[in-house]
Design a protein around this ligand. Structure first.
Ligand code: PEP
Length: 231
């Protein structure tokens, strides 16, 4: 499978930035997917870029002011949707159960959910991270076909901090996930990925790609990250 290089623009970006990203080059062995704020998604439909969303609701439609459904995303041409990002879990009270329902709905409509899991700084340093990650995996992926979603390992202490786990530590978590889910579920890493550390990350066995936040907001930097994952 191609390695996934996911850009999570969060609540950033602009029409101008989308124009700049039109120059992004396709690199063999990789698939770049841009996840902009939802209001910009239609602007991607006449580009050659693959694109996805940062969230969706667990219902098809209804009285849910401000929400967007997987059906809407599918209609716009999205292929992926990020679910359970730690910012949504902590700031918008998303539980594993909510993430699970959203992921099921996304799959029902032909989208691939990118289900984020990750331990806190305290869980890592008190050596409780394995238990925390397994609990998130079990509850967030319950009942979902294992080849129809992606797991993004995003340690919370690494997001936006410049701190990146060692390759060995990432490898340990990949092994843990594979022991739980088998080898049919693609696993990607996210947290302070940039053009300096992408090459090292690309060498981690079993890693199917990366999720990039801050460094995905500059087309030159993002292109360098994709290049580092060339097959
Ligand atoms: C993220 O929030 O998904 C992320 C990976 O952020 P950053 O790359 O900025 O750490």
């Amino acid at each position: 499978m191609k390695r996934l290089i996911i850009a999570n623009w969060k609540m950033n970006g602009s029409i101008h930035l989308i124009q700049e990203f039109r120059s992004l080059k396709k690199i063999p062995g990789t698939e770049a997917i841009i996840c902009p704020p939802a209001c910009y998604l239609p602007l991607f439909s006449d580009t050659l870029m693959k694109f996805g969303a940062q969230n969706c609701h667990h219902a098809n439609n209804g009285a849910f002011t401000g929400e967007i459904s997987a059906l809407h995303l599918k209609e716009l041409g999205c292929t992926y949707v990020i679910l359970g990002h730690s910012e949504r879990r902590t700031q918008f009270n998303e539980t594993d159960s909510v993430v699970n329902h959203k992921a099921a709905k996304a799959i029902e409509h032909g989208l691939t959910p990118i289900i984020c899991i990750g331990e806190t700084y305290a869980e890592r340093h008190e050596n409780r991270f394995e238990q925390a990650l397994l609990s998130q995996i079990d509850r967030s992926t319950h009942g979902l076909p294992r080849h129809q979603y992606v797991i993004a390992y995003e340690p919370i202490w690494s997001i936006g901090t410049g701190l990146v786990p060692t390759s060995n530590d990432i490898q340990t978590v990949i092994n843990l996930i594979q022991q739980r889910l088998g080898t049919h579920t693609p696993i990607i890493y996210g947290g302070s990925v940039n053009d300096k550390n992408a090459a090292d990350l690309s060498n981690i066995p079993g890693l199917n790609g990366i999720l990039v936040g801050g460094a995905s907001l500059n087309v030159t930097t993002f292109q360098s990250i994709i290049d580092a994952f060339q097959a």
